[in-house]
Design a protein around this ligand. Structure first.
Ligand code: G16
Length: 540
């Protein structure tokens, strides 16, 4: 096999002088320097599958919210989770091996170290988003899979969460944990039916305009709509905009979840009226943020924090109304980007525990697993809800004592079906939000009025080497470069209800700075001052 691996690796030599890292969401950088990485990821995927005795491993080619010229790749574990951290390290080492011979040697070293039987079958499912570089990178990946003699299924274009779904379905097929039909159609059927059941006759008010970020989410949502009840049948009236995948250079440009969240404004092309619900997906449809124009024409954002609070309060009520409050506890998981007002609302109004983890779904997901029901969302709109095995059993076995309990229990059971528990999924999340709003008879204004966000600002600072910025305390404090945190603290103390932190992005070549304060002017000023501190420290 070593010869085949050397052959495959030779076809896609690693560029000199570049250091690749498996970051927040896999390898992500300019597409033109990713060929060698894709081939090596193919080798790692094959090894991971063999280590798990031939379970299906997923490989998604995407750079999600990044600009069109970037691309990336991430690996998916058999149940649709993010790659095990130990294997992120192996992937990084493999990506940085200089020669084909070193690659082949490292492949064998991993096999020896983890006692992997190289005669075990290797099975890998692949999919990609709509970036122009995707086809070429897929070719590089397939060369790696061929070199490792792995079997593969190519699902073509999928959203990232659809790929996670397919992986989970393939590995649970025929077991008591079967998640669904392992096809794209199976995905639409599962979530379409769950949406109808979870609505339980409640009719969504008004319409929803969905910005597809000119990425894979637009066409996939249009497909999903075919499986949803029509407006006449009491369903949701959905308008899909920014769904131009024919022009890949328009991906995430002036649209999409990251644009809306970061700029705190609607895409310039948006043409909706006051109180019309809108939401934006990101480039691979694993994030969603909502927004609307209020009666005064002011833009109002309903981000991941809002989705988490909406969903946590809805599930809390259903659990209580089903008569299960004594048995099932809900917890909420956030990151440092969560608005201080959202954290306070969850703790003081919903009276739920809040955990804070570093950025990245793997951390949030892990923390959410410690709860009976774990609601995890990043402020940027990435998140989902997970139910522990015993919670799912409790809900499935519970006998309602009266019609009210039965009704709540029915909605709770179909809501579980509507949630993509494998990973944050913009399409499933938006259907979930619509179900909650329909049950509450709420429009966006009622949703917004639950609490008032503290004004905040998110900035990006370009520095020489972002890796020198190292954090602790769930990324809320810098430990390196020395002395920088002290300077940030001094600025934070000068503003009312101030909070700010800086951390190196794991997906872009930048340091992110977040600041919040009692007034918009103070938040903007604090963000500027902290950005200046970071810039100065990064240029030393
Ligand atoms: C990815 C991760 C998210 C993270 C985001 C930004 O999202 O999956 O967990 O919040 O990157 O990460 P960073 O601040 O480290 O750049 P996506 O939607 O781009 O895959």
């Amino acid at each position: 096999m070593s010869d085949a691996i050397i052959e495959a690796t030779k076809k896609h030599p690693a560029p000199e002088g570049l250091l690749y890292t498996y970051g927040t969401a896999g390898f992500r950088t300019k597409a033109e320097v990713l060929d060698s990485v894709l081939t090596r990821v193919g080798l790692i995927a094959a090894l991971r599958s063999r280590a798990l005795k031939g379970k299906w491993i997923g490989v998604m080619i995407t750079a999600s919210h990044n600009p069109p010229e970037d691309n990336g790749v991430k690996l998916v574990e058999p149940l649709g989770n993010m790659l095990k951290e130990e294997w992120e390290v192996l992937s990084t080492t493999m990506a940085n091996k200089a020669t084909p011979e070193e690659v082949a040697q490292y492949y064998n070293e991993i096999a020896t170290k983890y006692k992997i039987d190289l005669k075990e079958p290797a099975r890998v499912v692949v999919a990609r988003d709509t970036r122009a570089s995707g086809a070429r990178l897929l070719g590089c990946l397939l060369d790696g899979l061929k070199g490792a003699n792995a079997e593969h299924k190519d699902f073509g274009f999928l959203t990232t969460p659809q790929l996670h779904y397919v992986v989970r379905c393939l590995n649970t097929e025929g077991t008591s944990e079967a998640y669904g039909e392992p096809t794209e159609k199976g995905y639409y059927e599962k979530f379409g039916a769950a949406f109808k059941n979870a609505l339980k006759g409640k009719k969504p008010q008004g319409s929803l305009t969905v910005d597809g970020a000119n990425g894979v989410g637009g066409p996939k949502l249009k497909e999903l709509i075919k499986y949803l009840p029509t407006k006449e049948e009491g369903g949701l009236d959905i308008h899909v905009v920014n769904d131009n995948v024919i022009k890949p250079e328009s991906l995430n440009v002036d649209c999409g979840a990251d644009y809306v969240k970061t700029n705190q404004r609607a895409p310039p092309s948006s043409k909706v009226g006051p109180l019309d619900r809108c939401c934006s997906l990101d480039g691979d449809a694993d994030r969603v943020v909502y927004y609307f124009k209020d009666e005064g024409g002011v833009f109002r954002l309903l981000d991941g924090d809002r989705i988490a609070t909406l969903v946590a309060s809805f599930l809390g009520k259903l659990v209580e109304q089903s008569g299960l409050a004594a048995k099932i506890k809900i917890g909420v998981v956030q990151t440092a980007y969560a608005n201080g007002a959202a954290t306070k609302y969850v703790q003081e109004n919903l009276k739920l525990r809040v955990d804070c983890t570093p950025t990245g779904v793997k951390y949030l997901h892990h923390a959410a697993e410690t709860h009976d029901i774990g609601v995890y969302f990043e402020a940027n709109g990435h998140g989902t809800v997970i139910f522990s095995r015993s919670t799912t059993d409790t809900i499935a076995e519970h006998e309602p004592r009266n019609p009210g309990q039965k009704e709540a229990l029915d909605v709770l059971r179909s809501t579980i079906e509507l949630i993509n528990q494998a990973v944050g999924d913009a399409l499933s999340d938006l259907l979930l939000v619509e179900v909650v709003l329909a049950h509450k008879s709420w429009g966006p204004q009622e949703w917004l009025s639950t609490y008032t966000d503290l004004p905040n600002k998110l900035s990006k600072v370009i520095v020489g080497d972002r890796r020198i910025f190292q954090t602790t305390d769930a990324e809320r404090r810098l430990v390196k470069p020395e002395g920088v945190q002290k300077k940030i603290d001094q600025e934070v103390q000068k503003v009312h209800q101030g909070r700010s932190f800086a951390r190196a992005s794991g997906t872009e070549d930048a340091v992110r700075v977040y600041a919040e304060a009692l007034t918009k002017a103070e938040a903007d000023d604090l963000a500027r001052k902290v950005s200046d501190i970071v810039k100065a420290a990064g240029s030393m």
